[in-house]
Design a protein around this ligand. Sequence first.
Ligand code: F6R
Length: 242
Amino acid sequence: MTIYEGKDYKDLSKKAAEIIAAEIRINPGAVLGLATGSTPEGVYEQLVEWYEAGELDFSKVTSINLDEYKGLDGSHEQSYRHFMYQHFFDHVNIKKNRTFVPDGTEMNSEKACMEYEEIITQNGGIDLQILGLGANGHIGFNEPGEVFIPETHCVKLTQNTIDANSRFFESREEVPKEAYSMGIRGILQAKKIILMAVGKQKAQALYDALYGGISPEVPASILQLHPHVAVFADGEALTVVK
Ligand code: F6R
């Protein structure tokens, strides 16, 4: 596992973006596994900048996102699909029909999850997966629990997450209570993985993920089993916490 400590957020975002850019140059038809959240925003910004400068071509790229809120349509401002359009898809030449996000409008969870597994399989799995890290050690919406869940599944959001999200919605009732998330198998089968962590609120989770025992209590700790993980973090996230 390679660990890169960025001088600052811009620096580590650029370094992570360089890996993605290299992947696309080597393999123009790459399947990228993408994440939402504040951590990868700088990566998307950098990739858009290089695209606008004519240095990158996304026309043959496929993307498969980690997760989506159940019940939210892609046009909803808080949906993860909307996030991806806003930060990335609308600004590069990726073909929109080659961008996959779990279908939040499918209320039959079993169907939604099975269809997403099929999408992952049909595309031959992920070449390069980008991951953020939850302060509780989650990756995607794979929350701490008693077992690692291999396949795409429907997650009941914790009250903490619902409360934290309520600031983005007009009323508490509107906040989604569930989400669809790619499982651990889809993530671990990626050929290469970039794990990003920024800020001291991620320090404990990052330390546990990198140096603790492998346990579903810290979902990101399973990445210790993967042969090609590169970690991009800032000094605060890399603070040693024991
Ligand atoms: C988002 C996702 C989540 C986030 C994590 C960190 O698609 O899969 O696991 O990566 O919650 O979120 P931020 O980056 O907002 O701190």
